[in-house]
Design a protein around this ligand. Structure first.
Ligand code: N01
Length: 547
């Protein structure tokens, strides 16, 4: 049964993006509710972030058996991951497999970038236009544009004069980049940069890494999965799903209930050595207070700094790499495959741009404030993203009464549960700011949002509701909860974190993701729905049509 009866819209729902979020939204709304759904995707294929992020070393930091859809046992059991952490190409193969299995591509318009979205109060419909001049009309607008899909390319003077080639890791050429015999400069040492360094160094004539903030990293210990593990993962779908859905970060392991202060220094060293050998993001899950207590955190931080100094042979380089100014895991913790070891190569140089900042890009390379010029053939910007709000603001969203999202979020994002913004009826933002999103293993929080939205639309249909919105009061209360949850942790203490928007000049400093934990957030969303969508405003068909 079509959702709309009064205004006969072209579509029940328009979904923007064909990554994990958009693909699942299409399947869930079309195949569970029978809605007429269209997905619009800027790329020429499915994959979302993995369609664009093809930089050297691009690989997921979540373990493969949890970085996938868990809603279907059949899909889970039909696909077999090859490695502990899937690389970008394997993830794209997986997403194409899912898209084909669920026959999704027929409802995805590829190569189509949305340029504006406008809500029309008279008809209670969204009108969406694209770069190609097409337009769509839909009752519901659902964004699945990702949190990290708007490249942050710093405005360094002189870039246009550079005679070599330059690339941002988030929009990497599909044909790849040949570094052979080239002098390469890489700006940025976040999770991306740390993955790229060893791979570029192995190919380039010389790699110069420009580091502004030294970063922690723990070995990923990537390896092919054993047949035994593959069988275990295939057979334990329900249990793995249960764990990922109930933990703080959506990973397939729980956080130990032990404090760093419960163990002696010797026991601590022993536990951390084992965790270092095991590798991966689980390193921080050995103790419950790593992100809650500075004195606990410092012990892990010191352990990693000691590791850096023991791996890197040149003491000056080691000192620059270990000179980390923030608590461990208070910025997104990277994991790596030979990152620190790479600085022992003769063809790799580390430049500390905190003490000698980049002044400009010249036709020949990068010049520092001291006047020193480093000649380069290629510059790689591993400089991150205008995270969370950037991809949504690029859609030029205009709500009721002509209010724009850009104006509403001038002082930082305001949402209710990261799902809705007051004055933008029938708009849902999958993994929007104010939801666990980037603090969680993404497919897990995406599934929760899509399923919640699906249930909400089913509820609306069953009750003759035409419009759902939220209120300023709900957003205020939720904003306070987001702030409270963040302040319990050490996360907001890092002033140069992209969680706070600090990496983009002029961006308001607001802690954007919800740090209250994915398991807790899931329960909260379910309770709110059970209480008749508390904090939302639901308008019945006739009332909406009479406006
Ligand atoms: O970006 P980042 P990223 N001059 O913002 C530096 C996810 N991810 O792409 O720290 C000099 O973390 C900047 O320095 P500083 C993951 O959630 C997931 O690495 O701001 N340097 C920093 O070193 C991750 O957190 C996977 O001082 C400049 C770097 O560039 C998120 O993506 C893999 C600069 C940017 O680090 C973003 O990571 C990789 C300038 N003007 C990433 N501007 C998976 O596993 C910026 N920097 C799925």
């Amino acid at each position: 049964m079509p959702l709309d009866t009064a205004a006969t819209p072209t579509l029940d729902a328009l979904v923007i993006g064909a990554g994990f979020a958009g693909m699942y939204a299409l399947h869930s709304l079309r195949d569970r509710l029978g809605l007429k759904v269209q997905v619009v995707e800027a790329g020429d294929g499915v994959g979302g972030t993995w369609y664009w992020n093809r930089y050297p070393g691009a690989r997921c930091d979540s373990e493969s058996h949890s970085y996938c859809y868990a809603f279907s046992k059949e899909i889970w059991q039909e696909w077999t991951w090859s490695q502990r952490y899937p690389d970008h190409a394997e993830i794209r193969r997986y997403m194409n497999f899912v898209a084909d299995k669920l026959d999704l591509k027929k409802d995805i318009r590829f190569g189509t970038r949305v340029t504006s979205c406008r809500y029309d109060e008279a008809t209670n419909l969204w009108r969406v236009t694209t770069e190609k001049g097409e337009s769509f009309t839909a009752r519901f607008l659902i964004t699945g544009v990702g949190c990290l899909s708007t490249a942050n390319i710093p405005k360094i003077p002189g870039l246009e004069s550079f005679q070599g080639d330059w690339y941002h890791t988030g929009t990497w050429p599909h044909e790849g980049v040949d570094f052979t015999g080239k002098r390469v400069g890489q700006i940025g040492t976040g999770s991306t940069g740390i993955q790229a360094v060893p791979v570029i160094a192995a190919e380039a004539k010389h790699l110069t890494v420009f580091q502004r903030t030294a970063n922690y990293s723990v070995p990923a210990r990537n390896a092919p999965l054993s047949d035994e593990f593959k069988t275990w993962a295939r057979e334990n779908w329900a249990e793995i799903r249960r764990v990922t859905q109930s933990t703080v970060n959506g990973h397939p392991f729980t956080i130990d209930d032990r404090s760093v202060h419960d163990v002696t220094d010797e026991e601590l060293r022993d536990l951390l050595e084992k965790a270092w050998t095991k590798g991966g993001l689980q390193f921080r899950a050995n103790f419950k207070d790593v992100l809650l207590d500075e004195t606990a955190n410092v012990k892990l931080a010191d352990f990693v700094k000691d590791k850096i100094r023991s791996i890197v042979k040149d003491p000056e380089t080691a000192a620059k790499l270990a000179d980390i100014d923030h608590p461990y895991a208070a910025k997104r913790p990277p994991i790596d495959s030979g990152y620190f070891e790479t600085y022992n190569r003769d063809n790799v140089t580390l430049v500390d741009v905190r003490s000698d900042p980049i002044a400009r890009i010249t036709p020949k390379g990068i010049q520092l404030h001291s006047g020193k010029e480093i000649e380069l053939d290629i510059i790689v910007f591993a400089t991150g993203f205008d995270a969370m709000t950037g991809p949504l603001l690029k859609l030029n969203i205009e709500g009721a009464g002509g209010k724009t999202l850009a104006k509403e979020w001038e002082a930082g994002p305001k949402t209710y549960l990261g799902l809705q913004v007051a004055g933008f009826p029938n708009l849902f933002t999958i993994t929007g700011p104010g939801s666990p999103s980037v603090l969680c293993n993404m497919p897990v929080c995406i599934e929760q949002h899509v399923e919640w939205i699906t249930d909400c639309l089913a509820h609306m249909r069953a009750n003759g509701v035409a419009k759902i919105d939220t209120t300023e009061a709900s957003m205020k209360e939720w904003g306070e909860e987001v702030e409270r949850a963040a302040n319990v942790t050490l996360l907001p203490k890092v002033k140069h974190s992209w969680y706070l928007g600090a990496n983009v000049p002029g961006k308001p400093r607001v802690f954007m993701p919800y740090a209250g934990g994915m398991g807790h957030y899931r329960k909260l969303c379910a309770e709110i729905a059970a209480k008749g969508y508390e904090g939302f405003v639901l308008e019945r068909e006739r009332a909406a049509a009479a406006e």
